[in-house]
Write a new protein. Structure first.
Length: 253
């Protein structure tokens, strides 16, 4: 996580502190929301304060994203922290929340000008959907079952999902959207597990596969499609190739 800190010294006793940090992580799914905190503190005695902030979201090209920040402006009238909500764009990527401030702090009879800015990273990702088909093979209804997910042998934090009211012979799907940017490209495996021991339930502890980025399955699909096109071209060439007709041999006179 990248963040900028502004600490401006007025004199040996007084200084202003301003920073922008994520309230609960900086990774968010496309279209989701994430909160940031922006504290402003004047280190020293003051009688009044009027410091205005402006917040905006930049994409990797440095363009401002319209309507992505709320509130986009506000005023500090005393030391404190503002909470800024960022609505993630529909496109995954690296973004930057920038907050600028300027105003005055009154110390005695003197108005002191203050200004600066801070920023923090916003990482927008497409969530990974983990699913498990839970089937009740027993003779009585399954009222409730809590499952969680394990990816590449490691438990996924806060992935607990509950399926309820599964009748005998019926199937329900446990689904969890995992918002993370910690996985490498390639093949990954996952399973659904439960702390509750269920004899007549299937769908738990069964390994499934997903891919990040370019994977073996995609490469195989491309090669298969290329081979199909080549075979189709060859077949068309054979069908359209003219057949020479030499006719019947001439009889002897």
């Amino acid at each position: 996580m990248v963040a900028g800190i502004c600490l401006a010294t007025v004199d040996e006793a007084d200084a202003e502190y301003f920073n922008v940090t994520p309230a609960d992580g900086y990774t968010v799914k496309t279209g989701g929301s994430v909160s940031y905190e922006a504290p402003f503190y004047y280190e020293g005695s003051y009688s009044s304060m009027a410091v205005t902030f402006t917040a905006y979201l930049l994409n990797s090209d440095g363009d401002k994203m319209s309507g992505a920040v709320s509130p986009s402006t506000g005023t500090y009238t005393s030391n404190g922290t503002k909470t800024i909500a960022v609505t993630a764009p529909s496109s995954a990527g690296a973004y930057k929340l920038v907050v600028e401030y300027s105003g005055t702090v009154t110390v005695g009879t003197e108005e002191i000008d203050v200004s600066g800015s801070s920023y923090a990273s916003v990482r927008v990702v497409v969530p990974i959907t983990l699913k498990a088909e839970i089937t009740n093979n027993g003779n009585v209804a399954l009222s409730s079952l809590t499952v969680s997910f394990v990816v590449d042998g490691k438990a996924v934090p806060d992935s607990q999902t509950t399926v309820t009211d599964i009748a005998p012979g019926e199937t329900d799907t446990a689904t969890f959207e995992w918002v993370t940017d910690s996985l490498s490209s390639g093949k990954h495996t996952y399973t659904a597990v439960s702390e509750t021991s269920m004899v007549n339930i299937t769908g738990l502890d069964q390994e499934s596969v997903f891919y990040i980025g370019h994977d073996d399955y995609q490469i195989a699909t491309v090669l298969a499609a290329l081979l199909f096109v080549i075979l189709l071209i060859v077949l068309i060439f054979v069908i359209r190739k003219p057949v020479k007709n030499y006719g019947k041999p001439k009889g002897r006179r």
